[in-house]
Unconditional design. Structure first.
Length: 207
């Protein structure tokens, strides 16, 4: 993390009336209470605003002593915390000698948003039309395919399926005098197949 600037003001009223102090850290500890070397403090200009810079990689608690002279006891101390989440400078105003900080001004917790881009790769499909001249089309056929007739077989898959339906659902006619068995399409409109039934003393054949 980058080093950040923090500011402190002692007492109330105009900060410029507290210019020229020599503040120092009397406490600068981490979360476990162990002491850490504090940063130096400066007063840019003569404004009564005191600055220190620090890179907080862990939570830090501190007590800042304004001076032993020139300040009332109630204005002498500033307390505060530093945190790795600090994004802006902190203005601290002491309340009293109880070492309680009055408040924190402009302490922001910032989040840096990193966009994760997704590259979309289009998977294209090329449609290949099956025309009337296509071998696949000729093999499968359509619902308009012919189911044939006597001695004429269908020429495609649809034709054979239609033929099976016509054969199973169509009429049959058997002429006893001649032994002829005729298979017709549904409605008896087309003769599909003709067979001859022959009986002997032991068997019955259909040829």
């Amino acid at each position: 993390m980058a080093t950040r600037d923090y500011w402190a003001v002692f007492g109330s009223g105009a900060p410029s009336t507290k210019s020229g102090l020599a503040p120092s850290f009397i406490t600068f500890v981490n979360g476990s209470g162990s002491g850490i070397t504090p940063p130096s403090i400066s007063e840019p200009g003569t404004k009564g605003l005191y600055k220190f810079a620090y890179d907080a990689t862990q939570t830090i608690a501190f007590v800042l002593d304004g001076a032993t002279t020139g300040l009332a006891t109630s204005d002498r101390y500033v307390t505060g915390t530093l945190d790795p989440q600090d994004m802006f400078g902190v203005t601290l105003t002491a309340m009293s000698a109880t070492l309680a900080a009055q408040g924190l001004l402009l302490t922001g917790l910032g989040n840096t948003t990193t966009a994760l881009g997704n590259t979309l790769v289009a998977l294209g499909m090329t449609n290949v039309a099956l025309g009337l001249s296509s071998p696949l089309y000729a093999l499968i056929g359509t619902t308009a395919s012919s189911f044939g007739a006597t001695g004429v077989d269908p020429v495609d898959l649809f034709g054979f399926l239609k033929r099976a339906q016509e054969f199973n659902e169509g009429d049959q006619a058997y002429t006893k005098a001649t032994g002829i068995l005729d298979f017709y399409s549904r409605g008896s409109s087309t003769l599909l197949r003709e067979k001859t039934i022959a009986d002997s003393s032991t068997t019955t054949t259909k040829t």
